[in-house]
Ligand binder design. Structure first.
Ligand code: ADP
Ligand code: MG
Length: 438
């Protein structure tokens, strides 16, 4: 029973019965010492009169406190052959007298660290000293009781630790998720800040140029008006017309550039609701994309090739997917092949696990430097600042792949060997499936 960890009360009651069974007329009890080390409480005494046990509950241990109280106080066995005459029982004689108990031998129960846990006592209805067998029984019972009590206390301690640990885990989890939310919020704010700064920076040049051209034109016009008053020469008019045309060209070029930028900024916020969704065959989509891409590739003397497994059916957004593939190919043409003689781009697609499609766009060009690789999807990250790069392309690609197509994108690249962008796309994009055709 001790090994099975039954409730302490059951174990102690069982132990008392077992010891009582060894001798006629024997009655056993077990007292536990309070944590304060001063008062005792009956833990078991199945055959003793309940009124007697109740009267002992809360009694203080001491140098003259019956057999049990004295045994615990002294830390040694106390043998009382007759409670009616022994001075140790002076204070408790009136309590025990009505129950007809006479001999009482008690042994303190020690814990692992030699602290006193309680006491075990044997009572007889006639006065007598213990024999050898009785002393052995006292020893065995005390030893077993010590094991049972220690074990119960350990279990209680463990349960307490476990509870504490659970509380700790709950508290830590809450703190972690708060920290995570905080990080996400800070990340979003940082991205927004970078976006605003980037937009301002990019628009600054074309708008500044336009302002300069417009101011200059206004000045020349005022000068022309003044000349008209005092008689305008033909050469003056011709010069003005040339300058006006130049200013007009500068204005148009710069405003067009600004308009193009605004258009590309607008694409950053991709919106699946405005994209057409339908069922299509992937090989057909890629076949339609190839001819215009080939024209661009030929200009850069690059070979472009598609390797799409036949029969890959998708229910997704063909427009945004085409935009993604076009941009990835365009990036290869713009960034990968400056020093590559036999440039080649491959668009691949194979069926993937869990109804997904694995696509890839690879080139055998310059590759992407390891420090740049983790940042390529960030807005305004470009190695072509000032020569046509906005650094928004891969940011838009990432947004479309995640938010519209419901997939993910990964980059593998080695400097000097080339880059591969791998897409994992669900064959059926998340959100509403398209209406089945009539
Ligand atoms: N296929 C590629 N080969 C080499 N570098 C690439 C490739 N694709 C993208 N990059 C790098 O990633 C950067 C970010 O790309 P992107 O967001 O499209 O901006 P942009 O094309 O306007 O520079 C590029 O400036 C370039 O340095
Ligand atoms: Mg680009």
């Amino acid at each position: 029973m001790i090994a099975r960890g039954a409730a302490l009360q059951d174990i102690l009651d069982g132990l008392m019965h077992l010891i009582e069974f060894q001798s006629d007329d024997l009655l056993c009890s077990l007292m536990l010492l309070d944590e304060d080390g001063r008062t005792m409480h009956p833990a078991s005494g199945p055959s003793l009169p309940p009124a007697f046990l109740a009267a002992m509950d809360g009694a203080a241990i001491g140098p003259c406190a019956g057999s049990c109280g004295t045994a615990m106080y002294r830390g040694e066995t106390v043998i009382v052959t007759d409670v009616m005459t022994d001075p140790l029982w002076a204070d408790y004689r009136a309590l025990i007298a009505p129950h007809g108990l006479r001999a009482c031998w008690s042994t303190p129960i020690h814990g692992d660290r030699q602290q006193i846990l309680g006491s075990f006592a044997m009572y007889y209805r006639e006065p007598k000293p213990p024999g050898q067998a009785d002393l052995r029984l006292l020893g065995v019972a005390t030893h077993l009781a010590a094991i049972a009590i220690e074990r119960a206390r350990r279990e209680a301690e463990l349960a307490q630790h476990r509870e504490h640990l659970q509380e700790l885990v709950v508290a830590r989890t809450a703190a972690l998720s708060r920290a995570q939310e905080d990080l996400v919020r800070r990340d979003k704010l940082a991205a927004l800040g970078a976006l605003v700064a980037g937009v301002a920076h990019e628009l600054n040049t074309p708008i500044g140029n336009s302002l300069m051209a417009a101011t200059c034109l206004a000045e020349k016009t005022r000068a022309l008006a003044a000349s008209v008053e005092g008689g305008l020469r033909r050469s003056q008019l011709a010069q003005f017309l040339t300058q006006a045309e130049e200013a007009g060209q500068i204005l148009a070029r710069n405003l067009q550039r600004a308009a193009r930028m605004v258009a590309s900024f607008k694409r950053v916020a991709v919106d699946p609701d405005n994209s057409e969704r339908r069922a299509f065959m992937l090989c057909e989509l890629v076949a339609e994309l190839l001819p215009p891409l080939r024209i661009l590739a030929r200009q850069c003397a690059v070979d472009i090739h598609a390797d799409v497994a036949p029969g890959l059916a998708m229910d997704s957004y063909p427009g945004p997917l085409a935009e993604v593939l076009t941009h990835l190919v365009d990036n290869c043409l713009v960034h990968a092949f400056a020093d590559t003689a036999h440039g080649a781009i491959v668009i691949g697609a194979v069926p993937g696990p869990d109804a997904s499609v694995l696509m890839s766009v690879s080139d055998n060009g310059a590759g992407i430097a390891p420090p740049l690789a983790p940042r390529v999807y960030d807005p305004f990250v470009t190695t072509r600042m000032g020569s046509g790069g906005s650094g928004l392309g891969l940011h838009v690609v990432h947004n479309i792949v995640n938010a519209v197509l419901g997939g993910s994108i990964e980059l593998e690249s080695e400097l000097g060997k080339g880059s591969t962008f791998r897409l994992r796309l669900p064959a059926i994009a998340p959100g509403m499936a398209s209406e089945p055709g009539p």
